[in-house]
Write a protein that binds this ligand. Structure first.
Ligand SMILES: [Zn+2]
Length: 385
């Protein structure tokens, strides 16, 4: 009987924390540093003003999850360097502007922290924009101004390959050993104009040089902790997180299992190599069936929500609660999202974990948006000086 009573008390206690998490998710501004909606819809258009059958984001699920300010990723593939990058970025920005024009009662573009806060009060979902890959700058600072005017508020300097700005963590070839001469000019110009520098995707050498050059804090819009994935340059080492924090910056944790858990990363790497091998060795029509069969036989080991929390805890342990945020990579990491964080409706699950870990409401607000909004304001203020 006593055991029954204890179980009942624990269950009702958990229910209370659950409803507190749901309430907090609605009352707190939740800002996500990186959602690949434009990329997803460029591949396959869907009406995101209603619940969509596929994808990780739509208006209805964002509302359920209490998401208020998803940074729309204006992602430009590395293959577009010197090959239509600027035009492609403009096309994706047109698309995001289109959401706000088509559904003005649901979405609005946000170009400042003040926009995000005002639109939160108005019950609108803000769509700030970040550009993933500096390729569209095309070596001309006038293009930086152009994209600033269109609303781009952060630039991830490169993506999967070195570009005319800097080297990439994913690219073995280190053309510049950090920033190119133009990349150094660009960092200074971004500070002056008020565009946040995103250190996700860049090589360690590039990071070091950015940290020396930038006069204002920077963000990592969707990176996790290398501590859990040793040797993975795409995630940030403890030393880098300390340097980032010393300058006032924020690491926004990527939810993709590949970024979170070593076992998932290894499985992902093996799978990619195997699939590439199949593609090389077989004609396209045969390859597809073989790849499907390979996938069916090799279940991908997903991370779970506690694994994501471990990254948040790790950053707090290293540098305190003022330097961690959220950068899910929803709609950008395919079917590798952790159980409990499968789409934008599930942010309350993460807040539930934070409450269970004893986080104060103030700390939760900082992680959900306060820290990044602070950096954004600092970057704005510096540009206005
Ligand atoms: Zn990315």
């Amino acid at each position: 009987m006593w055991i029954g009573l204890v179980c009942f008390l624990i269950a009702s206690d958990n229910d209370a924390v659950r409803s507190q998490a749901l309430k907090l998710a609605q009352e707190t501004i939740i800002l996500d540093g990186h959602i690949d909606v434009p990329y997803r819809l460029f591949e396959k258009m869907e009406d995101i003003s209603i619940r969509t059958a596929s994808g990780d984001f739509d208006y209805v699920r964002a509302r359920e999850g209490g998401l208020n300010a998803p940074f729309m990723s204006i992602y430009v593939p590395a293959s577009m360097e010197d090959n239509g990058a600027k035009a492609h970025a403009d096309l994706l920005i047109d698309m995001v502007e289109g959401f706000a024009k088509q559904w003005p009662e649901k979405f609005a573009i946000a170009k400042s922290p003040a926009d995000v806060e005002r639109q939160f009060e108005q019950g609108l979902i803000s769509l700030p924009m970040g550009m993933e890959n500096g390729a569209p700058i095309e070596g001309d600072l006038a293009n930086l101004r152009h994209f600033y005017d269109r609303g781009i508020r952060y630039i991830t300097l490169t993506h999967s390959k070195a570009n005319h700005i800097c080297d990439s963590s994913y690219d073995e070839e280190r053309i510049w050993h950090g920033l190119s001469p133009f990349g150094k000019e660009l960092v200074v110009a971004m500070n002056q104009l008020g565009v946040m520098i995103d250190v996700a995707h860049i090589s360690d050498e590039t990071f070091e040089q950015v940290m020396e050059l930038s006069k204002v804090p920077v963000i990592a819009s969707h990176s996790s902790c290398r501590h859990f994935t040793p040797g993975m340059e795409r995630n940030m080492s403890d030393d880098m997180i300390k340097k980032l924090a010393a300058k006032g910056g924020v690491i926004q944790i990527n939810f993709g299992s590949y970024f979170i858990k070593e076992e998932s990363r290894r499985a992902g790497d093996t799978m990619r190599k195997e699939i590439m091998k199949i593609r090389e060795e077989h004609p396209e029509d045969e390859a597809k069936a073989l790849i499907d069969a390979y996938r069916a036989e090799h279940a991908f080991p997903r991370a779970n929500i506690q694994d994501v929390m471990a990254h948040i805890e790790h950053v707090i342990g290293l540098v305190g609660e003022d330097h961690v945020g959220l950068g899910s990579d929803f709609d950008g990491v395919g079917d590798t999202l952790p159980d409990g964080l499968r789409d934008v409706s599930q942010f309350p699950n993460l807040i539930y974990e934070m409450l269970k870990n004893g986080y104060s409401v103030e700390r939760i607000q900082k992680i959900c948006s306060g820290n990044v909004l602070r950096v954004w304001r600092q970057v704005e203020a510096y540009s206005q000086k």
